[in-house]
Design a protein around this ligand. Structure first.
Ligand SMILES: NC(=O)c1ccc[n+]([C@@H]2O[C@H](COP(=O)([O-])OP(=O)(O)OC[C@H]3O[C@@H](n4cnc5c(N)ncnc54)[C@H](O)[C@@H]3O)[C@@H](O)[C@H]2O)c1
Length: 702
């Protein structure tokens, strides 16, 4: 059995210390230890109160995910452990020395009092794995903090810092960082003893929920909010029902029963498996075949960014947010000062939303130094180039970087898909060059594609991955092929969407199918958001394009329809509202171009629309795997979920294909191929192989 709980007598206080390094998950040994040591404290006549704390970094970081779904018959369930604690006739004080997440907070909620170290976050993050707190969390938290605050805390699953937890009423006292925490906890227990050693069971607290009882408005409001923020997701809706039950059920135990039933429904739902897949996929992305943990890394203490546009500014913010000083250089002074202004405005917005203090904002801006001379960035440990997407321009920049950057610096390009080998080749140190592909807005999006070029050394790759961690990104290694992982796949997705509007579908029809599927937005709403004019201008610069799929976008731009920025593109928009509205004028343009191109017009079913958009992702994803441009299918899922708005609860395109059955997916791809002859649909050899072997992407090891 994993983990244990130690027992020490401190005067009239039994000190129980959870020992399951490094973060004390609720493994079998911890659950049993809690049960037995609480009983020992109850039986020990010298003991008047019990203090429960964690050794190591955490109080209890949550369930032991490795034990999820496998019952250890030698131990006991968390429910039994909790019931035993809640039935204690002696007060138990949860002393949250560090993280109390998930089951960890649920343990604390079964104690009579809670005190927390100033650095200890609490939270119920189960929703992120498609679950709900199933050990009473949805019933006890509202009794402490009221329904609305509990809804926010449990549906977001976000950590709550100790000071905030105290304000909300989750913890009774916060112990400052300079105090001996265990001593303070024992002192707290002694005070409880001195004032009569009263117990105080959360299950019996009434005032908060009595105030919410019968107030249907709270739950109606939360439900309509969920339609916007957690579309199609089961667990958040179950959480809502649980909290409704906490407030409105006939008794605490009746609420607990409902929680258990709704928890079980989550457990057997495919969304849970998909979310757990993504959870592990993000961790697996860090493991790079052939690169062990001991690989040397560049010590990155100072960064530099070239280009202060949309991406450069966001990337500089990433460094500053991680506490790293960063230079930002732009050869256009006006753009440089505008870039700095955009950065300041972004931070101001965060301050005005209360997510950053003015002092923090000032400290971050102070870390970003605009420079007018490229030589000033020479001492940076890493430089990220983010100038216009033009190979010759990027080569020119890298020639200069090669001359000025100190030896051993990491030289990275943020290109969206240009050849990183060609960029590296102009330097005398291609081994120090890689792609660092951030996503827009770079200070918000979690994904970072680390592009491994032909000569990228293990040291460079390891350093780039470690920088990703430093910048709080989900870093995934991609091979150097046009568009890398994400944009290469996106190419197939957009191509099919554009072909379908040439064949008679409307943008609304297509976007609705993908939105209902769970994508953050459909391809045409996305195109309007990015701006149709960007591609149009780029095509015009090279004398136009023969590509049929860009004809409609070009025709819209010729009529001055650039997208959201001027309130008309594929859709129309009204000022102050970004929601796309169908526009008969745009539809007429689409119809005209479609007829001009001679595509036979047809009716589309939602099923065809979905398959024609999602299956190119699968087929191209399979090609990336067979070519070795992605290490594993889960890396592709990680890219798509974190960078392209693919619904995490569907697990990413490769996971989705596995769930559909690869044999069925292959049949559809083959049919699309024979109907269109489009190389996009030429079935990937790997996909065929997996079908022949009756295997899955999840089981594929490259
Ligand atoms: N915008 C996105 O969504 C996005 C996403 C991922 C990657 N990218 C890539 O990031 C790069 C930058 O894109 P962006 O959208 O930030 O462009 P942008 O047009 O907003 O900014 C580019 C900046 O580079 C500066 N610049 C141009 N030549 C320069 C030079 N010789 N020296 C120094 N500065 C120079 C310009 O003055 C401008 O400020 C491109 O390679 C693009 O493909 C963009």
């Amino acid at each position: 059995m994993k983990g244990t709980v130690h027992y020490q007598l401190k005067g009239e206080v039994a000190l129980l210390s959870i020992d399951n390094p490094p973060v004390n998950p609720l493994s079998s040994g911890v659950r049993l230890g809690l049960f037995e040591q609480v009983n020992r404290g109850l039986q020990d006549g010298a003991v008047k109160a019990i203090v429960l704390t964690g050794m190591h970094r955490a109080f209890i970081a949550g369930a032991d995910i490795s034990e999820l779904g496998s019952a250890n018959t030698d131990s006991i369930s968390l429910q039994e452990t909790l019931q035993n604690m809640e039935a204690s006739s002696k007060p138990i004080i949860a002393a949250l020395n560090g993280t109390a997440f998930g089951g960890g907070l649920e343990v604390a909620l079964c104690c009579d009092y809670r005190i927390a170290a100033a650095t200890a976050p609490v939270g119920l993050p189960e929703v992120k794995l498609g679950l709900l707190p199933g050990a009473g969390g949805t019933q006890r938290l509202p009794r402490l903090i009221g329904a609305e605050a509990a809804l926010t805390a449990i549906i977001s699953g976000e950590p709550i810092l100790a000071a905030e937890a105290w304000k909300l009423g989750i913890v009774d006292e916060v112990v400052s960082a300079d105090t001996d925490f265990v001593a303070a906890a024992i002192k707290y227990a002694e005070n409880i003893i001195a004032s009569g050693a009263q117990t105080r069971k959360v299950r019996d607290l009434e005032d908060k929920i009595a105030a919410d009882r019968g107030n249907a408005e709270i739950f109606a409001r939360a439900a309509s909010q969920l339609d916007k923020t957690h579309r199609n997701q089961l667990a958040p809706r179950q959480i809502l029902k649980c909290i409704d039950a906490a407030v409105n059920s006939s008794s605490f135990d009746a609420g607990l029963e409902i929680e258990q039933q709704l928890f079980n429904e989550c457990m057997t739902d495919p969304q849970r498996e998909a979310l757990i897949h993504i959870f592990f996929a993000e961790r697996a992305a860090n493991k790079i075949p052939g690169l062990d943990k001991s690989t040397n890394k560049i010590n990155i203490t100072k960064g530099a960014v070239i280009g202060s546009g949309t991406m450069g500014g966001g990337i500089a913010m990433c460094f500053a947010n991680a506490g790293l000083p960063v230079h930002i250089y732009d050869n256009n002074e006006e753009n440089l000062s505008r870039g700095m202004q955009v950065i300041a405005d972004n931070y101001k917005r965060t301050v005005s939303r209360g997510r950053l203090t003015q002092a923090q904002m000032n400290a971050r801006i102070a870390l970003i130094s605009p420079v007018k001379d490229l030589d000033e960035i020479a001492d940076a440990d890493v430089v990220v180039e983010a100038v216009y997407e033009n190979l010759d321009l990027k080569k020119d920049i890298f020639r200069q970087l090669d001359k000025i950057m100190k030896p051993g610096a990491l030289l990275a390009t943020n290109t969206s898909g240009l050849d990183v080998d060609a960029i590296a080749a102009v330097t005398s140190r291609p081994d120090f060059v890689c792609g660092l592909h951030f996503f827009s807005p770079a200070n918000v999006m979690r994904l970072l594609e680390v592009v491994k070029a032909k000569h990228t050394s293990p040291l460079t790759l390891a350093s780039a991955m470690s920088l990703g961690k430093q910048l709080n990104k989900v870093a995934v290694v991609a091979g150097n092929c046009p568009g890398f992982i994400g944009n290469r796949m996106l190419g197939g997705y957009s191509r099919q969407a554009n072909l379908m509007i040439l064949e008679g579908a409307t943008p609304t029809q297509i976007d609705e199918v993908l939105y209902d599927f769970g994508m953050a937005m459909g391809p045409f709403a996305m195109a309007d958001m990015v701006g149709l004019d960007l591609g149009w201008r780029a095509r015009k610069m090279v004398g136009g394009s023969n590509e049929v799929t860009t004809r409609i976008a070009d025709a819209l731009c010729e009529l001055g329809r650039y997208g959201q920025k001027n309130f008309k593109g594929y859709y129309q928009y009204i000022e102050g509202d970004r929601s796309p509205r169908p526009d008969p004028d745009a539809d007429a343009v689409i119809k005209r171009v479609a007829l001009e191109t001679g595509f036979p017009q047809k009716q589309f079913t939602p099923d065809e629309i979905l398959k024609r958009c999602i299956y190119p992702l699968v087929n191209i994803g399979a090609r990336l795997l067979e070519e070795g441009h992605a290490y594993r299918a889960s890396d592709i899922d990680t890219v798509y979920v974190n960078g392209y708005g693919f619904p995490a609860h569907i697990g990413g395109p490769m996971w989705y294909a596995d769930q559909q059955g690869l044999d069925k997916v292959l049949v559809d791809i083959e049919n699309f191929y024979s109907a269109s002859g489009d190389d996009l649909w030429r079935p990937s050899a790997l996909l065929k192989q997996l079908v022949a072997e009756n295997s899955t992407f999840a089981d594929y090891v490259g």
